[in-house]
Unconditional design. Structure first.
Length: 132
């Protein structure tokens, strides 16, 4: 069994910080679960373009309000606590954070550890592994 505390993970190299967001990756590929699990904070007032061509992601909003925009159709969906969205078609999207958003995110295949978006909003399949 794996038991971890968010507070401890946040103080470790599991916390990845970028311009628009930070993410504490509590489960990774080397945990052998077949998915990774992250608590992500999106900074207020930001818009982030993402396109997970190599991954499927589902996102559950714990705190905050914002909007998720589908690039292909131009459709937008409001996000508030309790909202889940799943990028089941590798959907290209833009996440607009009105306030600070706290999100629980699951990736399949699991992230290795240090992935950040490239210029197209993609995570590569190769990245440096994080080990405790
Ligand atoms: C919602 C989203 O995908 N934000 C970017 C960070 C990502 N959740 C991650 O790497 O943990």
């Amino acid at each position: 069994m794996i038991v971890r505390q968010f507070g401890k993970c946040e103080q470790s190299n599991r916390r990845i910080v970028t311009k628009n967001w930070e993410s504490t990756r509590m489960l990774l590929k080397n945990d052998g679960m077949g998915f990774s699990f992250h608590i992500t904070t999106i900074y207020p007032g930001t818009s982030t373009h993402m396109w997970y061509q190599n991954h499927l992601e589902s996102v559950y909003c714990i705190e905050g309000t914002g909007r998720i925009e589908e690039v292909a159709s131009g459709k937008s969906h409001d996000i508030e606590p309790g909202t889940l969205y799943a990028l089941n078609e590798h959907d290209e999207h833009v996440l607009h954070a009105e306030t600070r958003l706290v999100l629980a995110c699951v990736f399949n295949p699991p992230l290795l550890g240090t992935e950040v978006h490239n210029e197209d909003g993609v995570y590569p399949l190769e990245a440096q592994e994080i080990t405790d």
